[in-house]
Design a protein around this ligand. Structure first.
Ligand code: NAD
Length: 487
């Protein structure tokens, strides 16, 4: 099937280095959210296909592990180059699936950087050595798990694909990745790059399908030894449960958020307003770290809100394939209806002061609610739309209490020029990342990314992702003739 006058879109599963149809021949539709046209019918992996993919990965594991860091790194370096060559195709496919404006597509470049970084990163996977116990040399080494599964969401699929897969492969695992049923096309296109790079058969397997049956079959598979998941907290709980009920595979999760931004009266209000409004507007608010709750000190609230609105209301809604478009629609009818529901809750519980439903396809205007009670669903649940609640506070204690009054803990930010206060808030805010005078999506490549509380377990990033894909083994060596050790 071809879309928008380009080369045919690959829609099959990639198992053991071959593209093949699903064993059931079942497919699902992928829809361009702007026109609501079906752009591809993608093969859905059923349990048999999942079994085949895992079996291929399992068979390929010993040789891949034994190839060593340089041997594996050569393949990763090649993929890094191919991502740059494929930029335009990947940009078009990601836009068609997600509706994110094509002008914001930097994901192939970021992916290329990630693959290049992990090509050498295996050398840093090191253990310890000790002679502290008389008569013994004890070592720890880090080893891959074997078959690593990964399940990714639809909002930044290519970035998730690369961060998980490059790290798992660098550590010596073989992989089976399931893409999101809403945005599977760049994962399949990346499978073509994997094939072109000449990986040994079975090292990388890429399948598509819904949470049920495909994702669930991976999560409960007895030959999958670790699973890395990015998606909602609800699905994260299901995957943890499936892992516990099957083989207790190692589970790494990157989950949802309800990120607060706290703006004090001494802050650079222009910068705070510019950054916070972008954070919740970017990708139509479909970003795990988006600052969906803003707390501004009462004394500067009116000034801050005026600055915020000035930029928040200037956006160009339109066709995401048009380079002039700044904001696309929500990804699909389900997500649009979900946001619509929260718009209703917000209007009932608080005051709608800007935006609302665009009443045009799946578009939602950048929306502000004010005076929303802290126990409203708008304040407590992840909306995943361009919808922000701006509330006020009087004291620092009150701001901290409100910011932390959530089950999520992904990213929190504080805007202040007072260094002491910045340090106090950095310690007090319960989140995996705290931005000081900056907010999401600002991040550093070598920072640890991940959640406190129900926002996840484990960390990702150039220095951290590999930790999710290795286990620690101790090797105890006893010198002859020594009575050594604890027993
Ligand atoms: P989702 O949880 O609905 O789906 C994520 C993936 O899980 C999809 O591939 C889906 O098919 C699969 N899945 C669903 N049910 C499953 C099951 N029972 N077993 C196995 N797999 C299953 O999430 P989504 O709507 O695709 O993505 C949005 C969510 O992802 C938001 O909550 C967002 O905050 C979160 N997210 C988090 C991060 C992060 O790094 N913390 C990044 C991006 C997105």
């Amino acid at each position: 099937m071809a879309a928008k006058g380009s080369e045919p879109i690959e829609t099959r599963l990639f198992i053991n280095n071959e593209f093949r149809e699903s064993s059931s021949k079942k497919t699902f539709d992928v829809v361009y959210p702007y026109t609501q046209e079906v752009i591809a019918q993608v093969h859905e992996a059923d349990v048999n296909d999942v079994n085949d993919a895992v079996a291929a990965a399992r068979a390929a594991f010993p040789a891949w592990r034994d190839l060593g860091v340089d041997g594996r790194g050569a393949y990763l370096r090649k993929v890094s180059e191919l991502f740059i060559d494929a930029n335009d195709e990947l940009a078009r496919l990601e836009t068609l699936c997600t509706g994110r404006p094509i002008s914001q597509f930097i994901d192939a470049k970021l992916s290329s950087d990630t693959w290049r970084s992990f090509a050498d990163a295996g050398w840093n996977v090191q253990g310890t050595a000790s002679t502290h116990t008389p008569g013994l040399l004890s070592l720890t080494v880090k080893e891959p798990y074997g078959v690593a599964a990964m399940i990714i969401p639809w909002n930044f699929p290519l970035i998730m694909f690369s961060m998980k897969m490059a790290a798992a492969l660098a550590a010596g695992n073989t992989v089976v990745l399931k893409s999101s049923e809403k945005a599977p096309l760049t994962s399949i296109a990346a499978a073509k790059l994997i094939q072109k790079a000449g990986f040994p058969p079975g090292v990388v397997n890429i399948i598509a399908g819904h949470g049920n049956p495909t994702g669930a079959a991976l999560a409960e598979h007895m030959d999958v030894r670790c699973i890395s998941f990015t998606g909602s907290s609800l699905t994260g709980q299901k995957i943890q449960a499936a892992a516990a009920k099957s083989n207790m595979k190692h589970v790494h999760t990157e989950l949802g958020g309800k990120s607060p931004a706290v703006v004090f009266e001494d802050a650079d209000l222009e910068s705070a307003a510019a950054q916070t409004q972008f954070s919740i507007r970017f990708n139509s608010g479909q970003v795990c770290v988006a600052n969906s709750r803003i707390y501004v000190q009462e004394s500067v609230a009116e000034k801050f809100k005026a600055l915020f609105r000035e930029q928040f209301e200037q956006y160009a809604l339109g066709d995401p394939l048009d380079p002039a478009t700044q904001q696309g629609p929500q990804i699909d009818v389900l997500q649009y209806k979900r946001v619509q529901e929260y718009l209703g809750v917000g209007e009932k519980d608080g005051e709608l002061t800007v935006g609302g439903d665009a009443k045009d396809g799946y578009f939602v205007k950048p929306t502000i609610f004010e005076k929303v009670p802290e126990d409203s669903r708008v304040m407590r649940e992840e909306i995943f739309g361009p919808v922000v609640a701006i509330n006020t506070f009087k004291t620092e204690e009150e701001a901290i209490q409100k910011a932390n009054d959530t089950e999520f803990g992904l990213y929190a930010s504080v805007f202040t020029k007072d260094l002491d206060r910045a340090i106090r808030l950095s310690k007090a805010l319960e989140a995996g990342t705290v931005g000081v005078n900056c907010t999401s999506p600002t991040n550093a490549k070598d920072a640890a990314f991940g959640g406190y509380k129900m926002s996840g377990t484990g960390r990702e990033g150039l220095l951290y992702s590999i930790d999710n894909f290795v286990q620690t083994k101790s090797i105890i060596i006893k010198a002859a003739g020594n009575s050594a050790g604890l027993f």
